[in-house]
Design a protein around this ligand. Sequence first.
Ligand code: SF4
Ligand code: SF4
Length: 349
Amino acid sequence: MSFSTFVTDKAGLQKIYEAIVASHETYAPVEKFGKFDYKRLTTLAECDPDSPIAKTQSIKPLFFPRSARVMKYVATNAGTDVSDVDEDPLAAKRVILGVKHCDARSLQVLDKVYNWDFIDTDYQKRRNNTLIISTRCDKADTHCFCTSLDYDVENLDALDILVVNGQDGKIYLKARTAKGEEFLTEPITRFASPVTEEIANPEMSRQYAAFDGTFRLKMNYAEVNARLSKIFDTPEFENVSGNCISCNTCAFVCPSCHCFKISDEKVKDTGVRYKSYDSCNNGYFTLMAGGHNPRPAKYRRWRQRAMHKFVYYKERFGENLCVGCGKCTIACPVNISIFEVVNQVAANV
Ligand code: SF4
Ligand code: SF4
């Protein structure tokens, strides 16, 4: 299926976004106390679709919430009454603006997990009802390395509509999926003109080449994959994880980490069951009921984190779990970088 491309300018894009917010349930990056997170909008003025959201939060919580109520119950000697929680607010038909490409990609790796041995129907509903509009970055951030990994950032099909800044103030919008193609015929055609691929593609390729040239970090992922897959016991994991305080922040901000825990919070007879983020960096993550813990030392937990991202997930699903967004490095209170960890360990095999 070939997809349409349109061209507009900054004022036209603003009008397109305004029309989307007026006619659709729309989420976008909203600033609060100097930090950005995705929120539902009432007006476009509340958000900044070009925000530096890549540095702080991902779109993961819109599909896999940080902490969600899964059921309520009343447990007495007479028995237990279970009730469902309220309707899922994330399952409505919606549009997300201001998504970064790395974040969009992370949904493809989460899709594989949630469609694997157990189908997470809540996640599926949220995915199916969401349209993603993603502007390609013009410049890499200090810790970004998305273009060094095994996915095609230039021709990403994890997003429904691609937005690319061209030369002379031109902005290109291209459908990347059938869902995006259908959407393009809606508000966008009022404020943008169709353009041929012969004109648009060279412009978009030029933008990509310039963007790719701004990366400080480059890695040979295939070599890292191959070298890590040959080792398990190496003191290098102790060297790279020595400062880790096991706070789990890296996993909580990571768009592709997907571990969770189920917990009950009960006061007298009334309880709520939650599904919340968890992390393999947690000391108790692998603690068993009998008291045995196969990963009591943090270097073993960091080994699991690095190997899951660059070996285990790839063995199962054929690609890396890490999308190279750099959020974990920016958020880490002791400046541990997964880019440095995997490259340093691989270099010392
Ligand atoms: S491990 Fe770090 S760089 Fe990789 S996807 Fe997660 S947050 Fe991004
Ligand atoms: S954010 Fe840093 S300190 Fe916290 S668990 Fe991750 S690597 Fe360790």
